[in-house]
Design a protein around this ligand. Structure first.
Ligand code: C5P
Length: 235
């Protein structure tokens, strides 16, 4: 069965610097970041309805990026909210109305263009096996430190059992939609990922192996590195 895809792209991307506009529309490898993300989803056999959640100011940027992607898969765009959490909820509601029979959804940050089919397959396999919530993640490799307000190390955090969360986070659509609605109703607006909302709602979240290459383009240097990476031939 086809998996609905919600791609969130309504952020302003301030950490990459204002110059050049929101980072999801910056050029890497000759096309906007989100064009690469769309191509990857459009090329996967499991992809069903695609909803892109965009900022109202970015209509033209999005239309140009969709065209640059060359994807023929139907893509619906809707407007997001003030937080990532609000944008995802808007996307889930739009997906439910566009594809009422969709059983599963993958929720993905537009600024992660480097996932591959194998990652999507690992997430989909866990859903098919019955997991309601699936998180691709990589074990933390760095030693982690806590800092204090004076700029000193306040302690070392044991990294055993710690993972860095990636997207696409994958869910049973009705379960994550209910969890998002409940979170919004209680006034919680501080969730930075959807697995966090699933945990809060009491769903078991399955960990699957992420991909070290599936980085989130956050800073200007990430965009530069992504551009160089796309200039190299695929290994
Ligand atoms: O801000 P952050 O880096 O966590 O954003 C992750 C993703 O969420 C980005 O793709 C961004 O465009 C999206 N986002 C959104 N609506 C917001 C804030 C962020 O769709 N209000």
């Amino acid at each position: 069965q086809d998996v609905g895809i919600v791609i969130v792209a309504a952020g302003r991307g301030e950490r990459a610097g204002q110059e050049g506009g929101p980072k999801q529309y910056r050029q890497i490898g000759g096309a906007p970041v989100i064009s690469h993300t769309l191509r990857r989803f459009a090329a996967w056999h499991g992809t069903g309805t695609i909803i892109c959640v965009i900022h109202p100011d970015d209509e033209n940027l999005f239309a140009a990026a969709l065209e640059a992607s060359g994807v023929s898969h139907a893509v619906t765009s809707i407007h997001g909210g003030a937080t990532r959490q609000a944008s995802v909820l808007a996307g889930l509601i739009a997906l439910k109305s566009a594809a009422p029979d969709a059983r599963h959804v993958m929720i993905h940050d537009a600024v992660r263009p480097f996932f591959d089919d194998a990652l999507l397959e690992r997430c989909a396999a866990a859903l098919i096996a019955g997991d309601q919530a699936v998180l691709p993640a990589v074990a933390v490799a760095d030693t982690l430190k806590k800092g204090d307000s004076a700029g000193h190390v306040a302690g070392t955090v044991p990294r055993a059992g710690l993972f860095a969360a990636q997207t696409p986070q994958s869910f049973e659509l009705d379960a994550i939609l209910a969890a998002h609605r409940a979170a919004a109703e209680t006034g919680r607006t501080d969730f930075t990922d959807d697995a966090g909302i699933a945990e809060w709602a009491g769903l078991a979240v399955r960990l699957v192996e992420g991909d070290a290459g599936n980085i989130k383009l956050t800073l200007k240097k990430d965009l530069d590195m992504a551009d160089q990476r796309l200039a190299q031939p695929e290994p």
